[in-house]
Design a protein around this ligand. Structure first.
Ligand code: ZN
Length: 148
């Protein structure tokens, strides 16, 4: 494996072990739950959106290392972003993990750590669950989302 690959693997392991933004958010304005039945990953996402900007994002849940690291990095990435910028970032991330586009590092930053999942179709859902849940929360769909 290349040095870059190892670096990214370490990043995912670190965020799995020490997830950022993990915990409840009492003053949330938007919430959604996500479930990936293929792997058993679950996430409950809570956001505080003010003036169209995501001011705070926190999650609780359980799942594999990829889903947890992705939730940790997603919540870190969208804080301070407008709703439309966050959804554009999801589109860019989705294109990368599904193999539709090369990793766009200037846009995605650390999120390019997940570029490798494109080689593992079952893992794509683990990596994208947090983002599907984000979209559901922003669009105000009250129901739980499933990757299936
Ligand atoms: Zn998983």
């Amino acid at each position: 494996m290349s040095d870059l690959g190892e670096l990214y693997q370490e990043l995912i392991l670190d965020h799995n072990k020490n997830p950022r933004n993990f915990g409840e958010l009492t003053d949330a304005t938007h919430r959604a739950d996500g479930f990936n039945p293929l792997c058993g990953d679950k996430i409950s996402l809570a956001l505080r959106v003010e003036d169209g900007v995501i001011r705070e994002a926190r999650f609780v849940g359980s799942g594999c290392a990829i889903s947890k690291a992705s939730s940790s990095l997603m919540t870190s990435a969208v804080k301070g972003k407008s709703k439309s910028d966050a959804l554009a970032l999801f589109a860019c991330f989705h294109d990368m993990v599904t193999g539709g586009a090369a990793p766009d590092e200037p846009t995605l930053g650390k999120l390019v750590a997940f570029a490798g999942v494109r080689e593992f179709p079952a893992r794509v859902k683990c990596a994208s669950l947090a983002w599907h849940t984000l979209r559901a929360a922003l669009q105000g769909e009250g129901e739980a989302v499933s990757t299936e």
